[in-house]
Ligand binder design. Structure first.
Ligand SMILES: Nc1ncnc2c1ncn2[C@@H]1O[C@H](COP(=O)(O)OP(=O)(O)OP(=O)(O)O)[C@@H](O)[C@H]1O
Ligand SMILES: [Mg+2]
Length: 254
């Protein structure tokens, strides 16, 4: 039986100033899975996620979200799809420092719905509780720890009840214990919502804990992709080098 696919990327190509970051990249993402994408710093992980959510336009290629290719769509149409389907936890949580925690989490609801204030307040509270935070609605992001900022960012990503959640380096810069609490949260959110999740990271521990399948991004392409256990045992020299952190090997350093 063919498995249902929510996202299909075909020959996605993107260059910046002559530097080809994504080079005819193909990727299928299955409904309900947690797909981890590994790759070294600067290889194009964030660029890939930004294409999936329509924040970047490809030079060429297709990005099917369900049956719709978003690549040629106008920003106003993409933004509707983005709001309806996607939640994204950005690499640095990307909270607005001039707004309170509650205002940050409420932002997608204010911009994308006509819900009354009371309903918005209720949803914000519900999502903050989902990420294990309470009674911090009126605090400013500056006063929060890195782990708490990540949680608030996740609450904001969840506030529109997305079917697809994108996580950009959800654990980077956090100590191992806080990082694992975020990993656990990603698992809990999946359990609660059934959303399809895509996690890009260079944190192997994160991948080990949360991913169903794993892909390696290198040289503009998904070089290898497989179920996690098979991926970790892959004999592909690029995969081997990456997961063992070897200095010697086919992956160029720098
Ligand atoms: N808006 C942009 N304009 C120009 N170049 C960009 C832009 N965004 C990304 N790049 C370039 O694309 C490449 C890939 O960047 P990207 O941020 O996707 O890397 P990454 O894999 O997410 O790295 P990290 O692990 O450090 O987050 C880099 O060379 C970066 O300089
Ligand atoms: Mg990045």
């Amino acid at each position: 039986m063919e498995e249902e696919i929510t996202i299909k990327v075909k020959k996605l190509t993107k260059s910046f100033n002559g530097n080809k970051v994504l080079d005819e990249l193909d990727l299928d993402i299955k409904k309900g899975e947690t797909l981890g994408i590994l790759g070294k710093s600067g290889i194009g992980k964030s660029v890939l996620l930004k294409h999936l959510i329509g924040l970047m336009k490809p030079d060429s290629g297709q990005i099917y979200i369900g049956a719709i290719d978003i690549a040629p769509l106008k920003e106003e149409d993409i933004s509707v799809i983005r709001r309806m389907l996607f939640g994204m936890l950005f690499q640095t949580a990307a909270l607005l420092n001039s707004l309170t925690v509650a205002e940050n989490v409420a932002l997608p609801l204010k911009e994308g719905t006509n819900l009354p204030e009371e309903k918005i307040r209720q949803k914000v509270k519900e999502k903050l509780a989902m990420v294990g935070l309470k009674d911090i609605e009126d605090q400013m992001p500056d006063s929060l720890s890195g782990g708490m900022r990540r949680r608030v960012g996740l609450a904001r990503a969840l506030v529109m009840d997305p079917q697809i959640i994108l996580y950009d380096e959800p654990t980077s810069g956090l100590d191992p214990i806080i990082a694992n609490s975020i990993n656990q949260l990603i698992l809990d959110v999946k359990e609660l919502t059934g959303a399809t999740s895509i996690v890009v990271t260079h944190d192997l521990n994160c991948i080990n804990r949360i991913a169903d399948r794993v892909g390696l991004l290198y040289d503009g392409k998904i070089l290898e992709i497989n179920e996690k256990e098979k991926f970790m045992k892959s004999e592909n020299p690029y995969v081997q080098q990456f997961i063992h952190g070897r200095i010697e090997g086919p992956i160029k350093i720098g």
